[in-house]
Design a protein around this ligand. Structure first.
Ligand code: FAD
Length: 391
C-alpha cells in the first residue's frame, strides 16, 4: 500500500484483513444460501476472535472498555470489513459513538457499557412512510406524561430490529415548550406497544432484517430521553457523518475485493485462445476500476485523518458526503464491471460479483441518497468556496 501510515495503523489494518480472510469470506456462500444466517457456533467463534484481535468495540473509548481506535484506524478496519459480502462484517459491532458525550451516567451503565461489551445491540427508527430524505417530515410523536413519555409512530426500514435489544426512536415533541422539535428516545425491545408490522424482503441476503415497526402508546421513562428535548437532530447528524464515512470505507473494501477477484479470473479465463485480460475491452474495465478505487481510498483515508486532527465540523460534514457519494458510486461501477468480466458466472449467486452487485446498490440510498449528498456538497460549496473544501 502506498498511503503513509504508522506501524500501529498498518498492524490494525493487517489484523482486520486476516480476520476477514479467515473468518468471514469462507462463510459467504453458506450465508447466501441460508437467508444470510450462519450457525451460532460460527458467530461465537468470530466474536471471540474479534475480542482477541482487539477489534470488538473499535469506535468506543478505552475508559469505557472499548478498543479506542482513532477515526483513521476505524476507517482501515471498516474498509477490510467491506471486503466480505452478506454483511458478515456486521459481527463487528460499531455502537453509537455519539452517545459517549451525551448519555447520562445511568444510560451509560444500562446501555452504552452493554453495547461495548457486546451484550446489547441497538437499531435506529427514524424513517417513516412519509419521511425519508426529508427527516423533518416525521409524524411520530412524543408526549410527556408525568415522569414518562408516550411514543406513537410508524417506522420503516428499521435495520437489525430482529437482532436488537434497544431501538432509538426519533419523534417530534407534542407539547410546549419544545413542541414540534425533534427528540430521540431509547426504547427497550420488547416493550408494550412495539409491534413488527412486516418484515419485507430486500435485494441483499442479510441475517439482519429491515422491519416495519409500529409504536402505539409506548411508555418510556423520562430518563430514556437522549440529551435534551429538541436535540434529536444533532445526534442524527453526528451518526450520519460517522456512517457516511464508514460506508465510503466499506465501499473501498468491496471494490478492492471485486478488482482482485475479477483480475484473477481475467488472467485465468481463456477465450479465443488467450486469457480475456489480453482483450483491451476487459483490461480497460479493470484499469478504470483500479483508478477509481485509488481516488476513493485517498479521499476516505484523508477524511479519517482530518477528523482525528479536529477539522471544522461543517467541513467534515461536506467531506463525509463527498466520500460517501464518490465511494458508493465508484463501488457500484466496479461491481457492474466485475459482473461483466465474469460473464455468465457473474450472474450466479455463488459468485462474489453477483452478491456485491446487489449489495452495494443500497450504499447509494441509505444514510442519505446520492442526490441528498450532492445537495449537501453544493450547499457547503456555496457557503465556503472551493478552497475550503478541496484546497
Ligand atoms: C436497506 C435499507 C436499510 C435502511 N435502514 C434504515 C434504518 O435502520 N433506520 C432508518 O431510520 N432508516 C433506514 N433506511 C431508510 C433510508 O435512510 C431511506 O430509504 C433514505 O434516506 C431515502 O429515503 P426514502 O427511501 O424515503 O426515499 P425518498 O426520500 O422518498 O426519495 C426518493 C427519491 O427522491 C430523491 N429526492 C428526495 N428528496 C430530494 C431532493 N431534495 N433533491 C433531489 N432528490 C431528492 C431521492 O434521492 C430518491 O431518489 C434504510 C433503507 C434501506 C433501503
Amino acid at each position: 500500500m502506498t498511503y503513509p501510515m504508522s506501524d500501529e495503523d498498518r498492524a490494525i489494518q493487517e489484523r482486520a484483513r486476516r480476520f476477514v480472510d479467515e473468518e468471514l469470506i469462507p462463510y459467504e456462500v453458506d450465508a447466501e444460501m441460508n437467508q444470510g444466517v450462519l450457525p451460532p457456533a460460527v458467530i461465537e467463534r468470530q466474536e471471540a476472535r474479534l475480542r482477541e484481535l482487539g477489534l470488538s468495540a473499535v469506535n468506543m473509548p478505552k475508559e469505557l472498555g472499548g478498543d479506542g481506535l482513532s477515526v483513521f484506524q476505524q476507517v482501515l478496519v471498516s474498509e477490510q470489513i467491506g471486503r466480505a459480502t452478506n454483511a458478515l462484517g456486521w459481527v463487528l459491532h460499531n455502537g453509537p459513538q455519539w452517545a459517549v458525550e451525551i448519555f447520562t451516567d445511568e444510560q451509560v451503565e444500562r446501555y452504552l457499557k452493554p453495547f461495548i461489551r457486546g451484550e446489547k445491540r441497538e437499531c435506529y427508527a427514524i424513517t417513516e412512510p412519509g419521511a425519508g430524505s426529508d427527516v423533518d417530515a416525521i409524524e411520530a410523536t412524543a408526549r410527556r406524561d408525568g415522569d414518562a413519555y408516550v411514543l406513537n409512530g410508524l417506522k420503516w426500514h428499521v435495520t437489525s430490529f430482529n437482532k436488537a435489544d434497544v431501538v432509538f426512536f426519533q419523534a417530534k415533541l407534542a407539547d410546549a415548550p419544545n413542541q414540534g422539535t425533534h427528540a430521540l428516545f431509547i426504547v427497550d425491545i420488547p416493550s408494550e406497544g412495539v409491534r413488527v408490522v412486516a418484515t419485507p424482503a430486500y435485494s441483499h441476503t442479510f441475517a439482519d432484517h429491515h422491519a416495519i415497526v409500529e409504536f402505539t402508546g409506548v411508555r418510556v421513562p423520562a430518563a430514556n430521553l437522549v440529551g435534551e428535548e429538541g436535540g434529536g437532530m444533532d445526534f442524527t447528524y453526528a451518526w450520519f457523518r460517522y456512517e457516511r464515512l464508514m460506508i465510503a470505507a466499506r465501499c473501498c473494501g468491496a471494490a478492492e475485493r471485486l478488482i482482485d477477484e475479477a483480475t484473477a479470473f481475467a488472467k485465468e479465463r481463456a477465450q479465443f485462445g488467450r486469457p480475456i485480460i489480453e482483450f483491451q475491452a476487459v483490461a480497460h474495465m479493470l484499469a478504470d476500476s483500479l483508478t477509481e478505487l485509488w481516488a476513493a481510498r485517498l479521499m476516505t483515508y484523508r477524511l479519517g485523518q482530518e477528523i482525528d486532527e479536529g477539522v471544522d465540523v461543517k467541513v467534515q460534514h461536506a467531506h463525509c458526503s463527498m466520500a460517501k457519494l464518490y465511494g458508493s458510486e465508484m463501488a457500484n461501477r466496479v461491481a457492474d464491471r466485475a459482473v461483466q468480466i465474469f460473464g455468465g458466472r457473474g450472474y450466479m449467486r455463488e459468485n462474489v460479483a453477483e452478491r456485491f452487485y446487489r449489495e452495494v446498490r443500497v450504499d447509494r440510498i441509505w444514510e442519505g441518497t446520492s442526490e441528498i449528498q450532492r445537495n449537501i456538497v453544493a450547499d457547503q460549496l456555496a457557503k465556503r468556496g472551493v478552497r475550503a473544501l478541496a484546497g
